[in-house]
Ligand binder design. Structure first.
Ligand code: COA
Length: 392
């Protein structure tokens, strides 16, 4: 399909009906991992409805499902959990790096660079076989919480802590990031954190996953693909939205100010973070689930402030823009209640989505076709070259 250089853009678009800015609605590949459907099917991970998974499973089962293709039985889950514990160790190179990170660094930059270094320290890095990719994925699942928690603690003058062997991924994350573990409130928080990890784990060809697959399609190593994904996730139109939502709640401060705040922001044509979705125009099934948990956690903590601000913003957005909250919106309420530092919200998303990203990289490299789309040329038509000494 050759492009006529001097044709107008309008003619080119007419000649190329397959062109969709932002790849909106374009099917860019096949995947057996996840179905994102606005209809009755809703969101499914490998065929299982997200509602059932969030209600009955823990994040470890979801990660196993995505990486190995089936839900684990008890023996498989026990072995997988033990594998995660065994792999929760950082190579010396990482420890040195984390000790040298400046306190001004954003944790997303640290985790992106950290994954890159983990690749450098992994003898398996260049092996693209299915089994090696699975082994590397398990290591990343185990190591990422440690990268995030260690760097945050060191930057804030706190000593390193080790994850506890008897805790789940979510319980360990809560413990590593907030020090909370055993009281009833902490148990309720860990359960909601676990649900949020399940909901964040996979979402088809979103920007970061697509970035991972494009990179993986060159048959480079898994770490390079995940580094690409983390860079894409950092942006406020994608994963960075959960941190931005919490900042909005803090800026609003009280339920009384919420309505005016949103109306003023909309009048200035600002985007309200945590609303809208490129695919889910009728609402996000994940948001309904996390909203329920955010409400019950507010009750358990005896702190309704964030939930009340959120529901007021939600109401005004529905009224004014007909837009629905996405997963990031009520997740921010839950994370605020847990006392998780705001800059760690998007890194927490990484700790979960790493399962989906890795499963996509494995799927891509198991059945690879290099991704190489075309561009619609909008530059000047063919023109004559002018040597340097004749240029004005
Ligand atoms: C996610 C997002 C990029 C999807 O965008 P999209 O489907 O491509 O929609 P568009 O950018 O084409 O916007 C369509 C219209 O809705 C409006 N809109 C979309 N999201 C909006 C938001 N969060 N707040 C206010 N208006 C919004 C746009 O301004 C535009 O209005 P207009 O037609 O009057 O100009 C967008 O909804 C957004 O920026 N959301 C906030 C960031 C966020 O929460 N990201 C996490 C996604 S899971």
């Amino acid at each position: 399909m050759s492009i006529v250089m001097n044709a107008s853009l309008a003619t080119q678009v007419k000649d190329h009906p397959a062109y969709h800015p932002g790849l909106e609605g374009v099917i860019a590949g096949e995947s057996a991992l996840c179905l994102v459907d606005e209809g009755e099917a809703g969101l499914l991970y490998r065929g299982y409805p997200i509602r059932d998974l969030a209600e009955h499973s823990m994040f470890e089962e979801i990660a196993y499902l995505l990486l190995f293709g089936h839900l684990p039985n008890q023996k498989e889950l026990t072995e997988f959990s033990a594998d995660l514990v065994d792999n929760a160790v950082l190579p010396r190179l990482l420890e040195v790096f984390l000790g040298a990170v400046p306190s001004s660094a954003h944790p997303m930059d640290i985790v992106r660079t950290g994954v890159s270094l983990l690749g450098m320290a992994d003898a398996d890095a260049a092996d693209h076989s299915h089994d090696a990719n699975v082994r590397k994925s398990v290591r990343l699942l185990a190591q990422l919480p440690l990268v995030i928690a260690t760097s945050y603690r060191l930057m804030n003058g706190k000593p390193r802590v080790r994850p506890r062997e008897n805790l789940s991924v979510a319980e360990n994350l809560l413990y590593l990031l907030t020090g909370r573990m055993e009281d009833d409130q902490a148990k309720a928080m860990a359960r909601v954190l676990d649900v949020s990890l399940t909901l964040y784990a996979e979402h088809e060809f979103n920007a970061s996953t697509f970035a991972a697959r494009v990179t993986a399609s060159t048959m480079t190593d898994l770490y390079s693909a995940i580094t690409s994904a983390i860079g894409a996730l950092k942006g406020p139109l994608h994963g960075g939205a959960n941190e931005a939502v919490a900042e909005m709640f803090l800026d609003i401060g009280s339920r009384e100010r919420a309505e005016m705040w949103v109306r003023e922001a909309l009048a200035k044509k600002h985007r309200i973070m945590g609303f809208g979705h490129r695919v889910l125009k009728k609402g996000d099934a994940r948001s309904v689930i996390i909203q329920r948990h955010a409400e019950s956690l507010s009750r358990i903590c005896g702190d309704h402030r964030w939930y009340e601000i959120a529901t007021t913003v939600d109401h005004v957005m529905e009224q004014e823009k007909g837009l629905h909250p996405n997963l990031d919106f009520y997740t921010a309420v839950a994370y605020l209640l847990m006392g998780i530092p705001r800059v760690l919200y998007t890194p927490l998303f990484v700790c979960s989505r790493i399962a989906g990203w890795c499963a996509h990289v494995i799927e891509q490299q198991d059945h690879n076709r290099l991704m190489r789309p075309r561009a619609l040329y909008t530059g000047p038509p063919k023109r004559e070259y002018v040597p340097l000494d004749r240029r004005t």
